[in-house]
Design a protein around this ligand. Structure first.
Ligand code: NIG
Ligand code: FE
Length: 418
């Protein structure tokens, strides 16, 4: 079995501890260790210990000199919408002139514009657009990336999107987690009446979901649960059916208005409730008392020009488990830069650095049901590592906007080097 030995790191940020999300005060411990080496055997971490303890067992290992820099777990970006066609830069100025996100959608822009565009493209074309985007995301430190469908909104186009993700899984040296977001929006052709609207929900549950489940095209189902998009009752119906079909559950919840989405996510046992920019106090209490991870996406609020950010401090102080992710998508968060999201976590959400790193590693993994073996540098975990041009963990969010990741390994295989 191949062996690697990572030596001479200034700090190894292990995020070691239980195989579950860190909650509340637990998030302040990122398990930073000094003077240790990391031994990798095959695709797993074999040991994290003083180099002298590893020398004999790993005498034949390939040595990787970290050059006095920081090593963290490979980042886990647990929320992206990376399967899309063209960029939507025209909407940025519209928003700046006062036209709101939901108003742009009502005028046929927003998600609808991406739907029309994706429908016109072939699977091969979408793959060719997505692969460099995924590699670009990885170049900023991610080794695990969740990818949603959601710009197809028809049986054929949602399946096409999910098949692109399956092809990416085979082509990219990364862990990619597919999520079915057929309930991203009510497509224009189903908006003429309430009856047509419920026909779309029925199409999702009866026509599309069985194929997604049978062909194992997704690990999770997600719904954009928001006033003006999917109601609480519709969300519940789609997610109940998805759970029965064997999918895990995620929710876009309380992004712009408080709507009971967080409470529903906890009630349904979803792995995560995402966005939460407008979560209510009741929602926070529910998240603190349940197993659902609160995934916050501060880049989205920044890009939409909204002053309010999700109340991360209140959530952590209430005892919730918080994750951070990019929400990479063409409408509300066209960034590849996960470390910039950590900067926002610290400067806008007032998280401390350890909380932000935990949120982007072990808690991101928990938001994908992967906390048993991903997001920690600990014996037995997948050897997913990121090496940073930084001597101290606090430099990662400090050099904001910069790309400081200089190498990543996923399952012991080098996947990105700058
Ligand atoms: O997570 N909130 C809904 N979906 C995406 C935005 C999609 C788009 O505007 O294209 C999000 O922000
Ligand atoms: Fe999203």
């Amino acid at each position: 079995m191949s062996q690697l030995l990572f030596v001479n790191a200034s700090q190894v940020v292990t995020c070691a501890g239980p195989a579950r999300a860190r909650r509340g005060i637990e998030m302040t411990d990122a398990g930073v260790r000094f003077g240790v080496a990391i031994a990798v055997e095959g695709d797993r971490i074999a040991a994290v210990a003083h180099p002298s303890e590893l020398e004999s067992t790993f005498a034949g290992a390939e040595v990787i000199d970290c050059g006095g820099r920081v090593v963290t777990p490979g980042l886990v970006d647990s929320h992206t919408h990376a399967i899309f066609g063209r960029a939507r830069y025209e909407e940025q100025e519209m928003r700046a002139s006062g036209v709101g996100y939901l108003e742009i959608a009502r005028r046929g822009g927003g998600i609808h514009a991406s739907v029309a565009d994706l429908r016109s493209r072939s699977e091969g074309e979408l793959f060719d657009l997505a692969l460099p985007r995924i590699l670009r995301l990885a170049s900023y430190g991610s080794t695990t990336i969740e990818i949603k469908s959601g710009y197809g909104l028809s049986v054929e186009d949602e399946l096409k999107s999910l098949r692109v993700i399956a092809r990416l899984q085979r082509a990219a040296p990364l862990r990619l987690v597919p999520t079915w977001l057929g309930a991203h929006e009510i497509p224009l052709e189903f908006r003429e009446s309430e009856a047509r609207r419920s026909e779309y929900v029925s199409l999702l549950v009866h026509d599309l979901l069985p194929i997604v489940a049978r062909e194992r095209l997704a690990s999770f189902a997600d719904v954009f649960c928001e006033p003006g998009v999917f109601t609480i009752d519709e969300t519940r119906a789609i997610l109940d059916a998805s759970r029965s079909a064997g999918l895990g559950l995620k929710l876009h919840a309380d992004e712009l208005e408080p709507h009971g989405g967080a409470e529903l996510a906890v009630e349904l046992g979803a792995v995560s409730a995402d966005h939460l920019g407008a979560v209510s106090r009741t929602g926070i209490v529910a998240l603190a008392g349940g197993a659902t991870v609160a995934t916050l996406l501060p880049g989205t609020m920044l890009f939409l020009g909204r002053r309010a950010q999700a109340p991360a401090r209140e959530m952590i102080e209430a005892g919730a488990a918080v994750a951070l992710a990019t929400d990479f998508n063409p409408g509300t968060s066209p960034t590849f830069n996960f470390p910039l999201i950590l900067t926002l976590g610290v400067s806008q959400l007032r998280m401390n650095v350890a909380e932000a790193i935990v949120a982007a590693t072990v808690n991101g993994a928990a938001a994908l049901g992967l906390a048993a073996g991903v997001g920690r540098i600990e014996s037995g975990c997948s050897a997913d590592l990121a090496l940073w041009d930084a001597e101290d963990i606090r430099e990662i969010p400090y050099w904001y906007g910069d790309r400081r990741c200089i190498g990543t390994w996923m399952g012991g295989r080098a996947c990105h080097a700058c």
